[in-house]
Design a protein around this ligand. Structure first.
Ligand code: ADP
Ligand code: MG
Length: 329
């Protein structure tokens, strides 16, 4: 069981940033409105993710650490339409097999919090308000061959920050804070409550916080509907690229993805309108009927397959072309 989890860990956990990604997915799935990430030594020594989400009941803590334990799918058909980030039910088990993991949690209805140490199985009462803190210490301590592949702390920290950025750009309604070795390195406040306020303003504020005010000033907001695909976001003008080359963020139904169809469509639009602009910067959010997307084709959940990639390509291309071609003051 331990070995199987360690093998699974090889797919899911490549470096501290992968742990950050999985723990943030879980925090957001739990409905968190504020997430704090604490790192030490680039995340190798410590990754702690603290949320104010729904929490895990005392008698569910051990279950959450079991392989293929997921509270997020009740039937196989759910796999088709699953809306949550994590749904394989193996992230915590995999991470616990290559680190010293503890789960500290308190659901709102429970009088006190409990902390479970994954390795010893020890469960004891603890103090905290509603929500969950997952602590991951000494990543790969028992698998020196893997630990050896980790880069300098600064590099691992940069990857961890990129993981947080990807989540933060998807959720302007959630506040994020990142600490490293006791110093606050990033803090992005939640800028709106869903259903209240202007989502466009909230997005612009989050983009400004995360990618810089220059990016927002030098980009065009876009909104386009083509077939069953809705595309929103910001397309950076050539000047934006100077500050932030290679920053291309794409989301499908709230999930960060790297996808050739989307990036090709965006690149084509830049080539058409700006004639060979090579390193565009953009942030694109696609909303599409979940039944028209296959996710879960890769353990990191970053890749996906569209049922109708032509439709997606056209929607993205038009969205970006329209934005870039719009005359500006
Ligand atoms: P998955 O997210 O795919 O279900 P994980 O191994 O990541 O699998 O997590 C296992 C289970 O632990 C989740 O299904 C959820 O019930 C619980 N869990 C993990 N993290 C949190 C959290 N931050 N808040 C509430 N529940 C959590
Ligand atoms: Mg998960």
């Amino acid at each position: 069981e331990e070995l199987i989890s360690q093998i699974a860990a090889g797919e899911v956990v490549e470096r501290p940033a992968s742990v950050v990604r999985e723990l943030l997915d879980n925090a957001l799935d739990a409905g968190a409105t504020q997430v704090t990430v604490r790192l030490s030594a680039g995340g190798v020594r410590l990754i702690a993710v603290e949320d104010d989400g729904s929490g895990i009941a005392q008698d569910e803590l051990a279950v959450a650490l079991r392989r293929h334990a997921t509270s997020k799918i009740s039937s196989l058909s759910d796999l088709e339409t699953v809306a949550t980030m994590g749904f394989r039910g193996e992230a915590l088990a995999a991470i616990a097999s290559v680190s010293e993991l503890s789960l500290l949690s308190r659901p709102a209805a429970q009088a006190s919090a409990f902390v479970l140490d994954a390795r010893s199985g020890e469960l004891r009462p603890a103090a905290r308000s509603t929500g969950t803190t997952v602590e991951v210490k000494e990543l790969f301590f028992s698998t020196p061959a893997r630990r050896k592949f980790l880069k300098a702390d600064a590099t691992e920290l940069a990857h961890c920050l990129e993981s947080v950025r990807r989540h933060a750009l998807a959720r302007p309604d959630v506040g994020f804070a990142v600490w490293h070795d006791g110093k606050l390195v990033e803090q992005w406040r939640a800028s709106f409550v869903p259903g209240q306020g202007d989502a466009r303003d909230a997005l612009a504020r989050r983009l400004s916080d995360v990618l810089g005010a220059d990016f927002v000033a030098q980009s065009v907001a876009l909104q386009h509907r083509g077939g069953s695909v809705t595309v929103t976001g910001h397309a950076g003008l050539p000047d934006a690229a100077r500050a932030r080359a290679d920053h291309q963020y794409c989301y499908v139904n709230g999930r960060f993805v790297r996808d050739k169809v989307i990036s090709h469509a965006a690149r084509s639009a830049y080539e058409d309108v700006l004639h060979g602009h090579k390193q565009p910067v953009y942030v694109l959010y696609l909303e599409i009927d979940p039944a028209r997307v296959d996710v879960n084709v890769h353990p990191t959940k970053i890749e996906l397959r569209f049922r109708d990639s032509r439709e997606v390509h056209q929607a993205v291309r038009h969205a970006v072309e329209n934005a870039l071609a719009t005359p500006r003051a």
